[in-house]
Design a binder for this molecule. Structure first.
Ligand SMILES: *Cc1c(COP(=O)(O)O)cnc(C)c1O
Length: 366
């Protein structure tokens, strides 16, 4: 049996007629930039997340950067964040001229909120938690700390579409949040795309200007922005896929439950879902002893798995300037040796999941 990590070709076959209808609908109108389709997606996404504003952008990375930018965070400022994320989280902080300050993570790979206050200095302006793999960070504590120390909270919600914490959607807790619609996320476009959410009218106004060169109208530039607009074609596809998001998340959650019911967790750790969480499982990341050997063993049985990620953010070559070394963030570093994402996407069958889970048990001889 073959088990691919992701199967976008199969997904295309399933959605072909709807996707081609989206293309036809947009192209036949002859307008491709900042059209009604973008407004409609923004309204529907804002309703889904339960926030006042959603702004369609080119990518999740741009959304992170523009949120920092809109809050005036830049040179000399520090942003508290986590070493367990995609590099874009740190990249966005660096690009506005600020410095990331890393706080180690918990067993579940999200920021360890008990260590945040010790990292606050007079230069700290914001906290940027990451809802890693679609599990919302402890937002109760993060928001309380932010309130006490007067800090901005920008959620890296790139993986949180369809994820909830105490019934509230990821991205609806902080001052602003960034989402990605990259092909590997649960709500995905036909290529790169992203969006930002906020309840702040002024931040909404600014980001709408940033994304289109600061142009208030064709001949009136009020500030210098960039080109980071969500394409109308992708907006139309995202509108269609937003309607299917719940079913996709439900299926992924079912797959994870099936894994948990079969895998014997002696040599492999699966962070439990806490009662307050409703995880979207963009990735299903386990922490496995002899990770590399397990990965090879699974590959030898036609099962694709992926290491997300083998290097914590503070130990990348580009991070040398922050002066951190191995041993500074021990929990994140130890996890990087163990993390292995198993295939769990919505196009897999129960038989395929069972096959993978049994092979994991077989590898450990349990
Ligand atoms: C995907 C991702 C990003 C970047 O989003 P893009 O749309 O690819 O720019 C940022 N942070 C996290 C946690 C992500 O998973």
């Amino acid at each position: 049996m073959k088990v691919p990590f992701i199967d976008l070709q199969q997904r295309y076959q399933e959605e072909k007629s709807e996707l081609l209808a989206c293309v036809d609908n947009v192209l036949s109108k002859g307008h491709l930039i900042l059209t009604q389709e973008v407004n409609e997606f923004e309204e529907q996404a804002a309703k889904y997340i339960d926030v006042k504003h959603v702004i369609g952008l080119n990518s999740g990375t741009d959304a992170l950067m523009m949120a920092l930018w809109a809050y005036g965070i830049g040179k000399g400022d520090e942003v508290i964040t986590t070493p367990v994320s995609f590099v874009a989280t740190t990249g966005a902080i660096v690009h506005v001229g600020a410095t990331p300050v890393y706080v180690d993570v918990c067993d579940d790979q999200n920021i360890d909120v008990s260590k945040i206050e010790a990292a606050i200095t007079p230069r700290t302006k914001a906290i940027m938690p990451v809802h890693w793999s679609g599990r919302i960070a402890n937002m109760d504590v993060i928001m309380a700390i932010a309130k006490k120390h007067n800090l901005i909270v920008i959620e890296d919600a790139a993986q949180s579409m369809g994820a909830y914490y105490r019934g509230k959607h990821g991205g609806s807790f902080g001052d602003a949040a960034a989402y990605s619609a990259h092909p590997l996320k649960n709500l995905n476009a036909l290529g790169d795309a992203g969006f930002m959410s906020t309840n702040d009218d002024e931040v909404n106004r600014k980001v709408r200007l940033y994304r289109t060169h600061g142009l208030e109208s064709r001949d009136n530039c009020v500030l210098y922005g960039v080109n980071s607009r969500l394409d109308s074609l992708n907006a139309e596809v995202l509108k269609f896929r937003l309607e299917r998001l719940k079913a996709i998340v439900d299926r992924r959650r079912h797959n994870v439950e099936l894994y948990k019911s079969i895998i014997k967790q002696e040599s492999i750790f699966i962070p439990p879902e806490k009662p307050e969480e409703h995880n979207s499982y963009v990735m299903f990341i386990t922490q496995a002893d002899q990770r590399d050997k397990l990965k090879d063993y699974l590959q030898s049985h036609d099962i694709e798995s992926l290491v997300y990620y083998g290097t914590p953010l503070h130990l990348h070559k580009a991070a040398a300037r922050f002066g951190l070394k191995k041993g500074d963030l021990p929990v994140a570093e130890a996890q990087c040796e163990k993390v292995l994402a198993l295939p769990h996407h919505q196009n897999l069958t129960d038989d395929q999941i069972t096959y993978v889970a049994e092979k994991v048990n077989a590898f450990y001889g349990v």
